[in-house]
Write a protein that binds this ligand. Structure first.
Ligand code: ZN
Ligand code: ZN
Ligand code: ZN
Length: 488
């Protein structure tokens, strides 16, 4: 063994060569790399530095503050942040971007400059370096930069549909390199076209007509800032599949659309589509005289009325307050649902600006009236904000969502919250109505209407015949009325 080595690492305790001497310890390769990679604010100068030296008074500080030459700084810029090899994360990312985004003249393609700036704002540039290495991301960006592929949504469409590609598209939109579109609607279109392309031509023609005119045209009328929901996207995709199955059934039974009759339609619906998923399609073929006239039955609502007992609700409140294993964002949104009857789809769209701190209170603006959170929920929200304050992976994410999603600039998806809450037996629709009964006990009907979106009349009807016990949350009532100065 060479004299500089020791057979055991003082830091991790493993029996490995410990060739580095740091802070009176002999440490191994792995521990040394970990130290280098994790710069932290220096207690003396507050800059992000590798803390591996002692100051005169024995504090662990950076090299500069200890008055010794740094052995860690980036070869190019001297930074000690996000080190990887001989360079810092930012220098490495700059090199990588200049390479991937270069046009034929070796300069960054002008329309990709915003993407370059955006990626350089990453809190940890190393994650952006890794992302650029993922295929087909790197390859596609290079092709766009060099003009081999147009810088357009169509080029991204060619890459197929996956979470990775969706993330890529959202990133290009977030950076401003591609125009804003409804990504989910675009995906629905891709998904449906792929399905239709696999069908025999005679069916493909009719479904394409239906899909383009009856589905897409209506969905495209929505404003860009109100994208379609996951639920609508899934329902429309299922519809296309069900219509294809129906047309296949017609073929198997030697039936054709122009001669389709009531008996055949009823037989099909009874056996193959009791929930009337193809109802919109049937109404459309009748309306456009593609078939002869027949009656399309109306879909029955399968939603059961609200049935959830008072103590069951409070039990669920307690579960959400305490279950650390469920993501905090879902727990808070679940509590907003249970206590304030807030639909999940509205809660996920809350922005940081909708939360206000006033002395002791935390208020959330669900409608136009800020509502004071009961203390246990306020504490959870404050903890969540502390945990996530430096979370958005790219600086200055413009929308400022309270609940950031995984995709660039997107809020948390309602589907993931629903999924997490379903594990606790929480189903939004039945709860929203049940909670109205309780809310009207603690808030004036007009405010209940404002924050829940129910009409004032509905809220007042509920307030007339309910009696709620807020238990430990009873202070909500007094605080609320004081706060809003709006006693009933
Ligand atoms: Zn070690
Ligand atoms: Zn320092
Ligand atoms: Zn550097």
């Amino acid at each position: 063994m060479s004299p500089g080595w020791k057979r055991k690492c003082d830091s991790c305790g493993r029996d490995v060569k410990a060739r580095y001497e740091i802070l009176e310890q002999r440490i191994c390769n792995a521990c040394y790399s970990r130290l280098r990679r994790n710069a932290a604010p220096c207690p003396a100068c507050a800059q992000m530095k590798v803390l591996a030296f002692r100051s005169g008074d024995g504090q662990i500080v950076c090299a500069a503050c200890a008055g010794v030459p740094s052995r860690f700084g980036c070869d190019r810029c001297g930074s000690e942040e996000h080190l990887t090899g001989s360079h810092c994360g930012r220098c490495r990312l700059e090199d990588r971007l200049d390479d991937v985004l270069a046009d034929a003249n070796g300069r960054v393609h002008p329309r990709l400059v915003p993407l370059r700036e955006h990626l350089l704002s990453a809190r940890d540039p190393r994650s952006a370096v890794r992302w650029l290495r993922i295929e087909p991301i790197g390859r596609t960006l290079r092709a766009m930069a060099q003009g081999a592929k147009p810088l357009s949504h169509e080029t991204v469409n060619e890459l197929g549909r996956s979470t990775r590609i969706r993330y890529f598209r959202r990133m290009l939109i977030a950076a401003g390199s591609l125009p804003e579109i409804d990504v989910r609607l675009n995906d629905l279109e891709l998904r449906s076209r792929a399905l239709i392309d696999g069908l025999p031509a005679e069916y493909a023609i009719i479904i394409t007509r239906f899909f383009n005119w009856e589905t897409l045209r209506k969905l495209r009328r929505r404003p860009v800032d109100r994208p379609i929901s996951v639920g609508v996207a899934n329902a429309r995709a299922t519809e296309v599949r069900k219509v294809a199955a129906f047309l296949a059934w017609l073929g198997e039974n030697h039936l054709k659309l122009p001669t389709l009759n009531q008996v055949a339609v009823d037989r099909y619906l009874a056996h193959h589509d009791p929930n009337l998923i193809i109802g919109r399609f049937l109404a459309w073929v009748v309306r456009h005289r593609i078939t002869q006239h027949f009656d399309v039955p109306r879909a029955q609502s399968t939603v059961s009325p609200a049935t959830i007992a008072e103590d069951a609700v409070w039990e669920k409140v307690d579960v959400l307050l305490q279950t650390e294993s469920t993501p905090m964002s879902s727990r808070i949104i679940g509590l907003f649902l249970l206590v304030f009857a807030q639909p999940i789809r509205d809660s996920v769209r809350l922005r940081r600006d909708d939360v206000q701190f006033t002395g002791e209170n935390v208020k959330v603006q669900f409608g136009s009236t800020p509502v004071v959170l009961p203390p246990p929920i306020a504490e959870l929200l404050v903890r969540y904000l502390d945990d996530t304050c430096d979370r958005p992976p790219y600086a200055g994410s413009p929308p400022g969502w309270l609940f950031e999603g995984v995709m660039p600039q997107q809020h948390l998806s309602d589907a993931s919250v629903r999924f997490n809450l379903a594990k606790h037996g929480l189903h939004a629709r039945e709860i929203k109505h049940a909670r109205l009964d309780h809310l009207v006990q603690v808030l004036p009907a007009s405010i209940v209407a404002d924050i829940t979106g129910f009409t004032v009349n509905t809220a007042m009807r509920h307030s007339a015949n309910t009696r709620a016990d807020w238990g430990i949350y009873s202070e909500l009532r007094t605080r609320e009325c004081k706060e809003l100065d709006l006693g009933e």
